[in-house]
Design a protein around this ligand. Structure first.
Ligand SMILES: Nc1ncnc2c1ncn2[C@@H]1O[C@H](COP(=O)(O)OP(=O)(O)OP(=O)(O)O)[C@@H](O)[C@H]1O
Ligand SMILES: [Mg+2]
Length: 316
C-alpha cells in the first residue's frame, strides 16, 4: 500500500504557541484514518497545512505525492476539505448550493444536474433538493457540506470534526457515509476529539496531544500489540480444581486466575493466545472434562480501553 498523505517533521508556530510539533504521520491509500486529540491539540492546524491554507514553519507534507508548499494547486485538486465551521449560504436552495460549488470546480453546466442528483442521493438529501438550505437540520447541513466536498470527485477527503454537534443518530449516519465513501475508493482523514466516535469505523488512528503525535498505527495491529492475550471469564457451579487442571492442559493458555465470585458464582479468568478455534476448543475441553460451566465470555478488546492503557488517560 502506498502512502497518500505524508508529513515529515511538520511544525507550526503561532508567535508563542507551537500548535504542531515535529509531526510525522502517514496515511495509506484507502484508509479511514481517525485523527484524535483533545481541544487545542493541533488537529485543525495540521489539516490547514494539508489543505494548503497555512504554510508550515518547518517540515513538509505531501498529499498524493504533491508537496503542500510547492504544488498547492495540485494538492487542492485531489482533496475534498470539510472545515470545522462552514458558512452556509442561507438564501439558496439545496441544489443551488451544490450547483454553486460544482461551478467553482469548473464542472461544465451540462454535467451538473446529474452530478447534483448523484451527490444528493449519496448523502440522502434528494427529498430536500428544492428546500432552502437554512431549513435543514444541523445533521442535514453537515451531510450537504460533505456532498459539496465531493463535487470534483477528490481522491482524498480531509474532514475536520464531521460529526461534531450532532445527535447520536446523525453521528451514526455520518459514520455510515464515511464508510460508504471509503468503499468507493476514497481515502478519509478525519478528526474528532472523541475516541469512541472514530474507533468503530477507522482502519488507522493517530493520537495528537499538545501538537505531538503520541501514537499512530493500524487499529488491528495496535489491538494485538497492546493486548496480546485474549481474556476469557468462565463462571462455574463448582469443580474449580478440575477446571484449572483442564485449562492448563490446553495449548495457548498462559494464565488462570481465580476471580472474586460474582453473585456467589465461582469465576476463573483465563489468558490465552490463539484464534477463535482455540477459544472454542477451550470450552469444549471444559465440557468434556465434566466441568459445570454456567457462563463463558470473552472480555472485549474495545479500542477505547486499549488506548486508555496506551495513553494513560490523556484522551477522553
Ligand atoms: N491563528 C492562530 N493564531 C494563534 N494561535 C493559534 C492559531 N490557530 C491555532 N492556534 C493555537 O494552536 C493550538 C492548536 O489549535 P488547533 O485549532 O489546531 O487545535 P484542534 O486540535 O483543532 O482543537 P479543537 O478540538 O478545539 O478544534 C491551540 O493552542 C490554538 O490556540
Ligand atoms: Mg479543530
Amino acid at each position: 500500500m502506498a502512502a497518500i498523505i505524508e508529513t515529515k517533521g511538520l511544525t507550526k508556530r503561532f508567535k508563542s504557541v507551537t500548535a504542531v510539533k515535529d509531526l510525522t504521520l502517514t496515511v495509506e491509500e484507502g484508509a479511514i484514518y481517525g485523527f484524535v486529540g483533545p481541544n487545542g491539540a493541533g488537529k485543525t492546524t495540521t489539516m490547514h497545512i494539508l489543505t494548503t491554507l497555512l504554510t508550515p514553519t518547518a517540515g513538509e507534507a505531501w498529499v498524493a505525492g504533491y508537496s503542500v508548499t510547492k504544488q498547492s494547486r495540485d494538492v487542492r485538486r485531489v482533496i475534498g476539505y470539510m472545515p470545522d465551521f462552514f458558512g452556509v449560504y442561507d438564501d439558496m436552495k439545496v441544489w443551488e448550493y451544490l450547483d454553486f460549488f460544482a461551478a467553482c470546480y469548473d464542472i461544465p453546466e451540462a454535467e451538473r444536474p446529474a452530478l447534483i442528483r448523484d451527490l444528493l442521493d449519496l448523502v440522502d438529501l434528494s427529498h430536500r433538493a428544492d428546500d432552502m438550505v437554512d431549513t435543514l437540520s444541523r445533521g442535514m447541513k453537515q451531510r450537504l457540506c460533505l456532498a459539496r466536498t465531493l463535487a470534483h470527485d477528490p481522491q482524498v477527503l480531509i474532514l475536520d470534526e464531521p460529526a461534531s454537534g450532532l445527535d447520536p443518530r446523525a453521528r451514526i449516519e455520518i459514520r455510515e457515509l464515511l464508510v460508504e465513501l471509503a468503499n468507493m475508493g476514497k481515502t478519509i482523514f478525519f478528526s474528532s476529539h472523541i475516541l469512541a466516535d472514530v474507533a468503530e469505523i477507522c482502519t488507522d488512528i493517530g493520537i495528537i496531544e499538545a501538537g505531538e503525535l503520541i501514537m499512530q498505527g493500524n487499529v488491528e495491529e495496535m489491538q494485538r500489540q497492546l493486548i496480546p492475550h485474549r481474556e476469557i471469564v468462565i463462571a462455574l457451579l463448582d469443580e474449580v480444581e478440575r477446571a484449572r487442571e483442564t485449562l492448563f492442559g490446553v495449548e495457548g493458555v498462559v494464565a488462570v486466575e481465580e476471580m472474586e465470585p460474582d453473585n456467589g458464582r465461582l469465576r476463573l479468568h483465563v489468558s490465552l493466545t490463539g484464534d477463535d478455534e482455540a477459544v472454542s476448543d477451550l470450552l469444549r475441553r471444559l465440557v468434556q472434562a465434566g466441568v459445570p460451566v454456567i457462563h463463558f465470555t470473552e472480555e472485549t478488546r474495545d479500542l477505547e480501553s486499549v488506548f486508555m492503557r496506551a495513553t494513560k488517560g490523556i484522551v477522553s
